[in-house]
Design a protein around this ligand. Structure first.
Ligand code: NAG
Ligand code: NAG
Length: 440
């Protein structure tokens, strides 16, 4: 039960009757039913054996009333059993500077001791995103960050994903686009129950709230990024893939990939050298400094044997899509979707937000011949927080593009709440939706 390397520095605390009963029942039981069913049964059983099994674990000055017991039973699934796990190893570091070994076994062992959270781990996705620690330099920056975050929270809630928003710099030297790697590593350690960590840049907007990640497709892969093989391997283009949105499996392979990836980061003594190497490999790379996107392409081109097989370049849908090519299409897409809804009564039916995925499935068969909503629109180069946008476009274009994308997405959410933004460029204005919209 306990990893040998942990045994010599700490003796496991005594296991209580509660824990023994819990693991005995849970081990055999959770394969049969869902966690909540198992827990309520365990609770029922424990209550008959011992009317107050929490006596040993909870110190309380007042006598628990029956209401307290009900309350306790709800938080029961949150009990952390005393068996030692990687969390108890003083040598295990969250820092990206210190590699982690045997993560798969460590994670597996933790899951074994937490059968109540271990169910259906294959599809557990933790969305991780974030922004800088300080105030945005552009006066609208913080407003935009808030709306961009709201959009991610909406998507996560609709699909039952958890989300972690971070605005602390976890490694002092890893700033900008490099800041996400220390964070992704920490997120993997903090959420061993998550099979995937889904990094989403703050300036990316979910614009199809119904779209579900096709996770089955990625069974044999550990990293999924938006990109095109020919652009990476034949053209050796810096824009052959985009590292602003990616899915990374919570496993040892990913820990090692991030070690190799961040070897080229600003915390490395070879940072300057890597910038030159990347620039000579990828002719269209914009900056002289080593960046994470170029670093990933470098690994695909130069260390393909080691990494290539487990990296999936997704181009069938917009895991992220470049905003300039997409925002102008949103009005026509809205019209197309409304035409479909005018014909299909099921799609007009009002419903609870909880069943959104079902209506997404219903809609699917009517989308075969139409331009779909882009899944994610990425405002690459707009820099909403600082306002230091790429000089090839204007701030106004960025601002309008973001309003459009955010309101387009919000309309899919607000509809379940009975309202709509009639004008995608006017965020303040909402109208109530009539019954059977958009038939009338
Ligand atoms: C922790 O690391 C130190 C130094 O590397 C080593 O001496 C010690 O045995 C390690 N402890 C464990 C529990 O692995
Ligand atoms: C929108 O659709 C109209 C009519 O089909 C077409 O003329 C127009 O070019 C489309 N606009 C864009 C931006 O695709």
């Amino acid at each position: 039960m306990v990893l040998p390397e942990f045994t010599h520095y700490q003796t496991p605390p005594k296991r209580t009757v509660l824990y023994k009963t819990f693991s005995l029942i849970a081990d055999g039981f959770l394969f049969v039913g869902g966690a909540s069913l198992a827990i309520s049964l365990i609770w029922a059983l424990l209550s008959t054996i011992n009317p107050n099994p929490f006596e040993e674990t909870i110190t309380t000055t007042t006598q628990p009333s029956s209401n307290d017991v009900v309350h306790c039973s709800n938080s029961f699934s949150g009990v952390d059993p005393p068996e030692l796990t990687f969390y108890d190893d003083p040598n295990l570091s969250y820092s990206i500077d210190r590699p982690i070994r045997n993560w798969d076994q460590k994670r597996k062992q933790w899951l074994k001791h937490h059968p109540n959270v271990a169910g259906s781990t294959d599809t557990r996705v933790l969305i991780v995103t974030g922004s800088q620690p300080g105030v945005c330099r552009h006066p609208s920056g913080d407003h935009l960050q808030l709306r961009l975050f709201k959009n991610k929270v909406d998507y996560a809630r609709i699909h039952g994903h958890e989300i972690f928003y971070n605005n602390a710099l976890l490694h002092p030297k890893m700033t900008g686009f490099w800041a996400k790697y220390p964070l992704v590593k920490s997120a993997m350690l903090a959420h061993p129950e998550a099979e995937w960590v889904w990094w989403v840049d703050s300036d990316a907007v979910f614009t199809d709230m119904e779209f579900k990640l096709p996770l089955e497709k990625y069974d044999n892969y550990n990293l999924v990024v938006h990109g095109w093989s020919h652009a990476v391997y034949d053209e050796k283009s810096w824009t052959g893939l985009n590292a602003g949105v990616f899915l990374i499996r919570n496993c040892q392979w990913s820990m090692e990939l991030m070690e190799a990836w961040t070897r080229m980061g600003p915390q490395s003594p070879d940072y300057q050298k890597w910038g030159k190497t990347q620039k000579s490999l990828l002719k269209d790379k914009l900056y002289p400094e080593s960046d994470d996107q170029a670093a990933l392409i470098y690994l695909l081109l130069k260390e393909n044997e080691r990494w290539g097989k487990k990296i999936y370049l997704e181009s069938e849908y917009n895991l992220e899509g470049y905003w300039l090519a997409l925002v102008d299409k949103l009005d026509n897409i809205t019209r197309r979707y409304m035409e479909i809804e005018q014909k299909v009564g099921d799609l007009r039916r009002r419903h609870a937000e909880k069943v959104s995925e079902y209506y997404g499935m219903v809609r699917e068969e009517y989308l075969k011949d139409v331009v779909r909503r882009p899944f994610v629109i990425h405002f690459t180069g707009c820099e909403p927080c600082t306002g230091d946008h790429n000089p090839t476009y204007t701030w106004e274009a960025c601002w309008n593009g973001m309003q459009k994308a955010l309101n387009f997405a919000d309309n899919q959410v607000l509809r379940r709440f009975g309202f709509v933004h009639p004008d995608l460029l006017d965020s303040s204005l909402v109208s109530p939706l009539p019954f059977d919209f958009p038939l009338v």
